[in-house]
Design a protein around this ligand. Structure first.
Ligand code: ZN
Length: 235
């Protein structure tokens, strides 16, 4: 913790092998984060914070992370989006002797039964559940949209920790973020259609958008939806 503008500010420091210089970031998910290259010592941190005090002060308030990242709490009655619909979560402990988490999606309720030691933090189990949904749902969607465009992906990967919703490689591999299954189906479709169009054009050229406009006329609204709701799609 440090003091900025007379008020406390919590921050975390992370060493990174890949970082080449000191880096400051502020986000809802990670709060105030200082990234240091391996060779730089922790002693460099206070000066960096002081140098960017005004910016940090404003950003920490903007994201409301002065006291650390905003961690979502999951438990009885909290809500989670699945296919764009807020589902009320009902978390229960599995009976003794059972250890396999169970998830049941019925209308606007998601019933989660977990081993007792996971009930307090259902997040890892939720993540596994969403990944499973993504593996069941997304590859078929890619096949459908590729078929409409007369294109063929080489492979579909459900992303591990991608910071983007989707990507497409020059070899024709489409990667999608598993958290997409939290978005409404038409938004998922727009992301899939976008990546499918990259099978024909690897850039964001006019030809690319011409194809995407034809294939999925609502892709701009979907992009807007994602920008406005991305916080709700974080676990
Ligand atoms: Zn793109």
């Amino acid at each position: 913790m440090t003091m900025i503008g007379g008020r406390p500010l919590c921050y975390r420091v992370r060493k990174s092998r890949r970082a080449r210089k000191l880096h400051l970031s502020v986000s809802k998910r990670e709060g105030v984060l200082v990234t240091l290259p391996q060779r730089v010592g922790y002693a460099a941190v206070p000066a960096l914070l002081a140098e960017h005090a005004d910016w940090l002060d404003a950003k920490a308030d903007e994201f409301d992370v002065r006291m650390g990242p905003r961690v979502r709490q999951y438990g009885r009655g909290s809500e989670i989006l699945v296919f764009g619909v807020p589902r009320r979560m009902e978390v229960r402990a599995l009976p003794a002797g059972r250890s396999r988490p169970r998830f049941e999606l019925a209308g606007e309720a998601l019933t989660v039964a977990l081993p007792p030691d996971q009930v307090l933090d259902p997040r890892p189990a939720l993540e596994r559940y969403l990944r499973r949904l993504a593996r069941e749902d997304l590859p078929g969607r890619v096949t459908r949209w590729a078929g409409r465009a007369g294109l063929q992906p080489a492979r579909v990967i459900i992303g591990e920790r991608t910071t983007r919703w989707g990507s497409c490689s020059a070899r024709g591999t489409i990667s999608l973020c598993y958290r997409l299954v939290m978005a409404p189906p038409e938004v998922i479709d727009a992301v899939v259609a976008h990546e499918v169009c990259h099978l024909a054009h690897l850039d964001h050229s006019e030809r690319f958008y011409h194809l995407l406009d034809r294939l999925c006329p609502w892709h701009r609204e979907s992009r807007r939806w994602l920008n406005e709701h991305h916080e709700e799609l974080i676990l």
